[in-house]
Design a protein around this ligand. Structure first.
Ligand code: ADP
Ligand code: MG
Length: 646
């Protein structure tokens, strides 16, 4: 409620500004701020949510600007057609860039996008027949119904575009799509194994972001009425990235604040009087905050010494300098270092932290849980076809080699439908590797896997998840910054079968699926006994609870096969008893389970069949009681830990 009121208030203030302050220079400045804010909103999807560094956004902005410019200059296409065309063309360029670049992780994207930026600038310069080369293009502001749009009119056009962009981006990021972006950033492996393709959604985010850059670019063309290649350079890219980080990632207000800073700063730094006032203001604020932080012992004086000194020196230096223009870059650099180092979540993140401390209930992330959760049936298990011999899964002659090490050597595994199949063996015997092979994280060096009568060898983890194989991880892989219920909702991603249009317009179909997913997520949390902790961030849960949450998330996939990698590790004795009950219930729902476990009491009490691995080879298989007495097994375990004897 408070949020909605403040947003409406901000829009009203923005709408009144040109009347209160009818200076054409400042109106134009605000138009530029609005346009940059749109660009940064889109950039934040890639930088803040997906966590990738793009150095190509200035070029995308330029493509948007030139698409509108060329269409208008060469073909006299009207404004209302040129702007959507710019969005589409820029999104297409975004796709062309992202499809190959995002295949590889790490600094690769930064390098490819950097090269893209350079190439686009060269192309704009060289393709004179279209772009008029270094001479640039002149474009007039649009005419609507015989009325020439002036600077103030254009301010309102940009305001409408900004509010629309804010609204659309907000809806997307709060939907299952935004959740997918956040999830793939938090844990790419888990994301893939929940059927949320990391690659697919990275490309999706990049294309969205590019489309928004296209909108900003086309608006820029009409605002400046002249475009030339030099505007869309590396400096603009870096400035945009810094603006997003300074303003605050993963917020809507951050990009707006970032845009204000980036556009106003050159002005502040060219007017010594204004600079003096602002730097004194910042110094006073820092002193007030430091006094407060030290008094409430949140920080020590030592920690705050450097920022205190820096702001005071900055304020004092304003009075020694005659002319500030020469020192612009230095001051700008110092400010950036300061923000990046002391405010890693940006200015908005910092302010939000303070507000959160004062009024925790305001900002607390809260997913509503339906009270009808427990009345719903938890799962409906699809009726799957089974392989010829009645096995749900067959792995044949699996070989997994890491360099010279054969982590799995000619292993055969047959999993009967509806069974709980134990997979045991000493540490390093290849159990987790088997699980990674079955879920597509590793492609086996040789051998094949048949699931439900279908070969899945070499398929991607997300498509294998889609086939109905869900898993948990030996090293917990939760989406740490998301709440428990949001984690489960990522598992339910496959139930959201609506488009971007549905998300933006919140169609009944979209709302229905969202509510159904929440009910289901709540019932799954209840099943693993975490209903009280639904709104707790996953990283704050105790280790044992995190393991249970992983099971709930895996069940959300509606799997026919569930792989559990040491689910009892870190659980207390009573919790382990509950886990046994839980696994039996899961089997009761018709879900087949493969269980890797070191606690022999768990294995012995629930497994129908046990396979024993040692040094990547199958050394025994059969009913738990028989396996326990097998000489080879006892020897293997005595070589490692002697738990099996217990
Ligand atoms: P465990 O039975 O304890 O789960 P793992 O399957 O994790 O054993 O490991 C089996 C062997 O494979 C170990 O020697 C491990 O070091 C090796 N291994 C597993 N994953 C990799 C990898 N990605 N690269 C190299 N070696 C690996
Ligand atoms: Mg393991």
């Amino acid at each position: 409620m408070v949020k909605i009121i403040s947003v409406i208030l901000a829009i009203v203030v923005a709408a009144l500004l040109p009347t209160v302050w009818p200076n054409p220079y400042y109106i134009h400045l605000m138009v530029v701020i609005g346009i940059y804010a749109i660009l940064l909103l889109g950039l934040d999807i890639v930088v803040g949510y997906v966590g990738e560094v793009s150095l190509g956004h200035a070029a995308l902005f330029g493509i948007g600007a030139y698409t509108a410019g060329v269409l208008n200059f060469q073909l006299s296409v009207p404004f209302l057609l040129a702007v959507p065309a710019s969005i589409v063309v820029t999104a297409l360029f975004g796709a062309i860039l992202a499809l190959p670049a995002l295949r590889v992780n790490g600094p690769y994207l930064a390098m490819v996008t950097l090269a893209f930026g350079t190439i686009i600038q060269i192309l704009i310069n060289e393709m004179t027949f279209l772009t008029n080369g270094p001479m640039g293009l002149s474009v007039r502001k649009p005419v609507f119904f015989g009325h020439h749009i002036n600077g103030t009119d254009y301010y309102y056009i940009v305001l409408v575009a900004l509010v629309t962009a804010l609204f659309v981006v907000q809806r997307i990021l709060k939907s299952h799509l935004g959740r997918a972006f956040e999830a793939l950033h938090d844990s790419p492996i888990a994301s893939d194994c929940m059927g949320v393709s990391v690659y697919g959604y990275k490309v999706y985010a990049f294309v969205l972001s590019a489309g928004i850059a296209g909108l900003a670019g086309s608006l820029f063309t009409y605002s400046e009425e002249y475009i030339s290649p030099n505007t869309y350079n590396f400096e603009l890219t870096i400035l945009s990235l810094l603006a997003v980080i300074m303003g605050g990632r993963k917020t809507r207000s951050g990009p707006i604040l970032g845009a204000i800073i980036v556009v106003m700063l050159p002005n502040v730094l060219s007017d010594i009087e204004l600079f003096r006032k602002i730097s004194i203001g910042i110094a006073v604020l820092t002193i007030v905050y430091s006094t407060y932080a030290v008094a409430t012992s949140q920080r020590t004086l030592k920690q705050l010494m450097l920022p205190l000194l820096a702001t005071i020196i900055l304020a004092a230096s304003g009075y020694y300098m005659e002319n500030i223009t020469e020192h612009r870059l230095t001051i700008f650099g110092v400010m950036i270092l300061f923000v990046v180092y002391y405010l890693p979540n940006g200015i908005m993140g910092f302010l939000r932290g303070i507000v959160q401390k004062i009024r925790p209930q305001w900002i607390h992330r809260h997913e509503e849980i339906s009270e009808h959760g427990d009345k719903q049936h938890v799962w409906s298990v699809p009726d799957h076809r089974v392989t010829a011999k009645g096995h749900l899964l067959e792995a044949r002659n699996i070989m997994m080699q890491f360099g010279g090490l054969k982590a799995l050597n000619e292993v055969n595994l047959e999993i009967a439908k509806g069974s709980v199949h134990g997979l045991i063996g000493p540490n390093g015997s290849g159990k987790s590797t088997m699980m990674n092979v079955l879920t597509g994280i590793y492609k086996p060096t040789a051998g094949e896997i048949e699931f439900n009568g279908k070969l899945i060898t070499g398929a991607t983890p997300s498509s294998i998840a889609g086939e109905g194989i869900a898993r948990t991880f030996q090293n917990v892989q939760l989406f740490g910054e998301m709440t428990a219920i949001e984690n489960v909702l990522v598992g339910l991603h496959h139930t959201f079968r609506h488009s971007l249009i549905d998300v933006v317009f919140q169609t009944p179909r979209c709302r229905k699926q969202r509510n159904a997913a929440r009910v289901r997520a709540a019932s799954l949390l209840k099943f693993v006994g975490l209903d009280d902790l639904a709104n707790e961030e996953a990283r704050n849960l105790p280790y044992g609870k995190q393991r249970l949450l992983e099971i709930a998330r895996a069940l959300a996939l509606n799997p026919s096969l569930l792989l559990l990698d040491e689910p009892a590790a870190g659980l207390t004795a009573p919790d382990i008893k509950e886990l046994i009950v839980m696994i039996n219930k899961i089997r009761g729902h018709g879900i087949t389970v493969i269980l890797i476990e070191h606690h022999m009491d768990v294995v012995m009490s629930i497994c129908d069949k046990v396979t024993v691995l040692d040094f990547g080879q199958k050394i025994a298989e059969g009913a738990p009681a028989n396996v326990q007495c097998d000489e080879k097994v006892i020897e293997a375990y005595l070589g490692g830990s002697a738990k099996v004897a217990a």
